[in-house]
Design a protein around this ligand. Structure first.
Ligand code: P6P
Length: 359
């Protein structure tokens, strides 16, 4: 739930629910979603249903990803998506799974996907419950699939701004700070569902024997250390001066002990790079360069949810001159430069951008 809803919740009640939950011990995504709903007696459970369904969709995607090498889902689909990028078979499959799993929920007015040019307007629900819109990148990092490298799903949930009937583009073009919830699923050595609905970031590991996401990382926060510098450094000479100086400062700085033990780590899958930095501390960046003057990554279903999560976990995210969550979107698939991770590293980048303008 967004911060606003949490303010009205009786903190005593929240403690009681949490104590009860601690007593129960084994916490799953389902029990945490249900607990969250209990804290909002006025809730009709529609928002909870959305989170549940995203969990279901991710388990189906996980089953396809884990067996990709054994079934005919590796390789290219044979066409390009709206981004002009080669679509992988698993991109299309994951997109369709997210669509089919979320598209029938009465509370969902519309969907937007990296794989679809326009928004998907769902039939207006007879009693006007269709309150939310969901944006998602169904399978981020998919170019890595054939090499068995970690990939992920990213999602962002907004309350619609139009009041009734079919949703409109304006319902999706909302700044990151207005998100009600955001999260990702990382399909790696284990599969984890990480999300926030405004009350901390919580990580759930899929127990394949039970088929349930089990709370394994409550209240995730960036540790106060910078262990990882994560960027495609082959773009170095295409970066502007501030970005090059920033990268040199972190990678080669001998005067600042904060960067004594920093290592370059780049997976080429934003979800995986972000997740590692959230656990170990560090900064991920895909800045603008001569090839991508507006950055490569998309604002609404990659950078905005990840930036909001970073803020919920005590971190930050910037273009260099503006917080990612403050950007007022103008196009569904617009791109943005991004530097995201520990607040100290993000603030340092903003400082470099101020002190070293120009190419
Ligand atoms: P590059 C994956 O294709 C992606 O969208 C992000 O997940 C990742 O961070 C980035 O692009 C990698 O881009 O140019 O380094 O291959």
């Amino acid at each position: 739930m967004g911060d606003k809803q949490n303010k009205g919740v009786d903190s005593k009640k929240r403690e009681v629910v949490r104590e009860f939950d601690e007593f129960k011990g084994f916490k799953t995504l389902e029990s945490c979603i249900a607990n969250e709903q209990h804290l909002h007696p006025e809730s009709r459970g529609f928002f909870a249903d959305i989170l549940r369904r995203i969990g279901v969709a991710s388990k189906i995607i996980e089953s396809k990803v884990q067996r990709a090498g054994l079934t005919n889902v590796l390789g290219k689909q044979g066409n390009v998506n709206v981004q002009g990028e080669e679509q992988m078979k698993l991109d299309v499959l994951s997109h369709e799974l997210m669509m089919n799993t979320l598209g029938w929920l009465p509370a969902v007015a519309g969907l937007a996907s990296e794989e679809e040019e326009d928004v998907m307007r769902l039939p207006p629900h007879p009693d006007e419950n269709d309150t939310y819109v969901i944006l998602f990148d169904p399978l981020d990092g998919s170019s890595n699939i054939d090499a068995n490298v970690t990939i992920g799903t990213i999602f962002s949930i907004h309350r619609r701004v139009t009041k009734w009937g079919s949703c409109e583009l304006v319902d999706f073009l909302q700044p990151g700070y207005k998100q009600l919830a955001a999260g990702y699923v990382v399909y790696g050595s284990s599969t984890m569902f990480v999300y926030s609905s405004g009350d901390g970031v919580h990580g759930f590991t899929l127990d394949p024997e039970v088929g349930e996401y089990v709370l394994s990382h409550p209240d995730m926060r960036f540790p106060d250390q910078c262990k990882c510098f994560s960027a495609n450094e082959t773009n170095y000479n295409k970066w502007d001066k501030a970005t090059r100086k920033y990268a040199d400062h972190i990678r080669f700085n001998d005067e600042d002990e904060r960067y004594d033990k920093v290592s370059s780590r780049y997976i080429g899958s934003m979800v995986a790079d972000f997740h590692r930095n959230l656990l170990y501390g560090g900064v991920f960046m895909y800045p603008a360069d001569e090839k991508n003057p507006n950055g490569k990554l998309r604002l609404l279903y990659e950078c905005s949810p990840m930036a909001w999560l970073a803020e919920q976990a005590g971190g930050a995210a910037t273009t260099g001159t503006q917080d990612i969550c403050d950007i007022e979107p103008t196009e569904l698939h617009q791109r943005t430069p991004i530097v995201v991770g520990n607040k100290q590293e993000v603030e340092l980048y903003k400082k470099f951008c101020k002190e070293h303008p120009g190419k």
